[in-house]
Design a protein around this ligand. Structure first.
Ligand SMILES: [Zn+2]
Length: 72
């Protein structure tokens, strides 16, 4: 019985982490100030190499190069 409860708790933890990972899609945005265009800030994804511009604070929410294999 204790084992079953342990499995359920482990499953919930995995589900929480999986949902958190889906929100960012594994992208790690880094600011690239050399590529700034006026008020637009350039961000480069360290995970897949995508480039994106944002006018608001913070990095882009979604990845611009989904489905592409990660560029190493
Ligand atoms: Zn990406």
């Amino acid at each position: 019985m204790l084992l079953i409860i342990g499995f359920i708790i482990a499953f919930i933890i995995v589900a929480i982490f999986a949902r958190r990972g889906a929100a960012t899609r594994g992208c790690r945005w880094r600011e690239d100030r050399t590529g700034d265009k006026g008020s637009l800030r350039k961000y480069r994804c360290m995970a897949c190499g995508a480039e994106a511009f944002t006018a608001s604070e913070g990095p882009p929410v979604t990845c611009k190069a989904q489905g592409r294999p990660p560029a190493l």
